[in-house]
Design a protein around this ligand. Sequence first.
Ligand code: SF4
Length: 281
Amino acid sequence: MNTSLIAFAVASLLTIGLIVHLGILSLLIGAFYFLFGKKKFEILNSGLGPTGFAFAFSWNAAREPGKIKRIQIRLFNPFGKPTQVEVTRDFDPKSDDFAIDLDLGPAYATLLSAEGFDQARVEITLFSTDGVSHHKEMKAFDFKSKLEDAKMSAEKWMEEYGPKKDKVYYHTVSRSFIADPLPQTAAKKLKIASNPEFAGDFAAAGGAGGGAAAANFTVAKVWIEPGCIVCNACEDIYPEVFEVTSDSCIIRPDAPLNDGLKITEAAEACPVEVIKFNKAG
Ligand code: SF4
């Protein structure tokens, strides 16, 4: 057998051995995590007085989906009296890490005050809805020390280590409060002396706005053509000449025609431009 063939065989064996070892290690890590990963029982400070017992429990809820619903504390006190005390209390099932403060009643007070307590052992068992139970055992002396040393309340523990609720996001509706521009209309603007937009047109006639006064004149004839919309503008300006009826406008029979400027003002104020006149001479 040549040397290179032997080297290849050794290398192959080493590789296979490495793969097998890695596989075994992985299985061990998984099993270790399943058995011991994350499980943690912690005694907290109860706010419920001498019979109160607060604790927190974290476990791998993904692997053990049952809900924790009951706690049992047992005192094994073979050298004291009573020799055994058992306290059991149900609570609302918990599906994730939790802390809770429970009043365990008089039996718990009996447990704590048992003769020979310091030589006894305490076993704490948590039961889940699917039949799995979690045990923790310690010397009664250590149990008492943990009770005395506990500072954190169940409420505080939940704030700091409890499951975090998903953030609530609020959706806002985006709206624009900028109004669309008003549609442009072809509405005709009233051309009268009181309309500031046409003030300049009547400045001469009014005389108050300054500027050179236009020379007045006499009108030979004034009349109304069809189309009057009975808006009263002409009568408001010169009622001695114009009379608005229910459906039109007429020229009064005795209308003075010597104030051509005022008649012009009324004619220009007419929105439908149906007032017509001829200058005299
Ligand atoms: S101003 Fe013109 S539309 Fe108005 S009432 Fe006189 S004539 Fe008629």
